[in-house]
Design a protein around this ligand. Structure first.
Ligand SMILES: Nc1nc2c(ncn2[C@@H]2O[C@H](COP(=O)(O)OP(=O)(O)OP(=O)(O)O)[C@@H](O)[C@H]2O)c(=O)[nH]1
Ligand SMILES: [Mg+2]
Ligand SMILES: [Zn+2]
Length: 316
């Protein structure tokens, strides 16, 4: 990467322009402004972690731009990978967790993605793609039974089948909203975007050229408008393996899992952690006596203990 010369510290005279971050690849950010023009920008200094969906104030600097300010965010999605906590999108209305018959999905990663969305105050939506891949699809659909039972919207899709009705059923959920599409690598996130956004493929290639990448698999997060009026959008993101939630307080966890949350308030102890305490209303709701899936409760306990450990020693 070419190093830019230091800018003068005083830039008060320059006119700051407003824009929307529509693609992010490390410290290279594509900012959309003035009804559609796009300029490659860099954040000034190391102060900001700027992500797709951010509204920014920027100014031109040579043939590129410099982001001076990130406006306050309505919401923000975070996760950790092996290295660090990352903010990866801001100001979205909805998260679409895309799963597929293959690769076989990790229920744990699904649960984590849904928890992260709820924690950020963002409504989640689940779709299972590759209906044509059998019997894997039917097995995956069965594994999603607890999620349908707890009220999550789960939609079937066959994105490479031009006659599939799934896309038409998904369409109304996207209307008027900004939807972040996330899921493991290979589930069909980019396929979905290519079906709904004419010219997305060309746009992706143009962005790859501008950012100096050029791989097939999605390596950066990108915003695509779905309508000419620029009210609804899909955000494509790179596939992930692990969805770390270490920023979360374990005591908030049960409230973020709707099937557990339904039984909160009935425990004998106010500070019940729903792991082994007597008189626990959550454990009393476990199958076969109640509606709660043991698998979901086990996911809760494992995640609770992981978050507790992440908070540091001396906690129980
Ligand atoms: N059989 C089948 N294959 C599909 C379907 N939808 C997508 N695929 C294929 O799955 C592969 C991966 O699709 P992508 O859209 O690139 O997946 P992605 O989620 O964007 O993956 P990453 O960018 O790596 O995160 C491609 O070869 C698609 O053609 C489907 O409904 N059925
Ligand atoms: Mg992709
Ligand atoms: Zn309890």
């Amino acid at each position: 990467m070419r190093r830019r010369p230091r800018e003068p510290a005083d830039h008060a005279g320059a006119a700051l322009r407003e824009g929307l971050v529509v693609a992010a690849y490390g410290r290279h950010l594509l900012v959309e402004h003035d009804g559609g023009a796009r300029t490659l920008c860099h954040p000034r200094g190391k102060r900001h972690e700027t992500v797709v969906g951010d509204r920014v104030r920027w100014q031109t600097s040579g043939d590129a731009g410099v982001i001076e300010d990130v406006m306050p965010r309505r919401n923000v999605l975070r996760r950790q990978d092996e290295l660090r906590t990352k903010v990866f999108a801001a100001n979205v209305d909805q998260v679409l967790v895309l799963l597929a018959a293959e690769p076989v999905f990790s229920e744990e990663q699904l649960a984590r993605a849904l928890i992260a969305a709820r924690d950020a105050g963002i409504a989640p939506l689940v779709a299972l793609n590759k209906r044509d891949v059998q019997p894997a699809f039917d097995e995956a659909w069965r594994r999603l039974e607890p999620y349908r039972a707890m009220g999550e919207t789960v939609l079937p899709l066959a994105l490479t089948d031009p006659d599939d009705h799934g896309l038409a059923a998904l369409r109304p959920h996207l209307q008027g909203r900004v939807t972040l599409v996330m899921g493991a690598s290979g589930v069909g996130k980019s396929t979905l975007i290519n079906r709904l956004v004419p010219g997305a493929q060309a746009q992706t290639q143009a962005i790859s050229r501008a950012l100096g990448t050029g791989r097939h698999t999605t390596t950066h997060t990108t915003w695509y408008w779905l309508d000419a009026a620029r009210r609804e959008a899909l955000i494509d993101s790179p596939g992930f393996h692990a969805f770390g939630l270490h920023h979360l307080d374990p005591r908030r966890l049960a409230a973020l899992m709707p099937d557990l949350a339904a039984h909160l308030g009935g425990c004998r102890f106010l500070d019940c952690t729903h792991r082994q305490e007597p008189g626990c209303a959550v454990r009393a709701a476990l199958q076969p006596h109640g509606p709660l899936s043991p698998r979901r409760w086990q996911l809760y306990v494992a995640l609770y203990e992981e978050l507790l450990a992440a908070q540091g020693p001396g906690r129980t």
